[in-house]
Design a protein around this ligand. Structure first.
Ligand code: 5GP
Ligand code: ZN
Length: 112
């Protein structure tokens, strides 16, 4: 399977790593939308939140568990936003589940 983020996790494509453990990889977004814009992904391939089920939810839990530490590494003591886009209407461009961690400034425009 050809997946950009699987290739990044494997180190086949370079990335600016922020955090890594057994289950989770986090790296700077190549086209940042905020002063801090990090992508946090499970090392196992899951297409999106729409594909989360009993068999893979523990990998997603590991991603969520890592967020406070990653936010701390990024200096986001004043808050941040976590976003995951799903499918066509959600504007998902890379089909490997990822959470955008955004912050480092007061964030504009919110839909929810
Ligand atoms: P999506 O639009 O799927 O929610 O988010 C995909 C994100 O991946 C985008 O913010 C985009 O800038 C980022 N991205 C796409 N290709 C690369 C890449 O090769 N390296 C990195 N670091 N980020 C990428
Ligand atoms: Zn993948």
């Amino acid at each position: 399977m050809d997946c950009l983020f699987c290739s990044i996790i494997k180190g086949e494509i370079p990335s600016a790593k922020v955090f890594e453990n057994e289950y989770v990889y986090a790296f700077r977004d190549i086209n940042p939308n905020a002063k801090v814009h990090v992508l946090i992904v499970p090392k196992t391939h899951i297409d999106s939140v729409d594909r989360v089920d009993e068999s893979n939810v523990s990998a997603v839990a590991e991603v969520l568990k890592a967020i406070p530490e990653i936010a701390k590494i990024c200096g986001l003591s004043n808050g941040y936003r976590v976003i995951t886009n799903v499918g066509e209407d959600g504007g998902q461009s890379v089909k490997h589940l990822h959470f955008h961690l955004l912050g480092g400034e007061k964030l504009p425009v919110r839909l929810a």
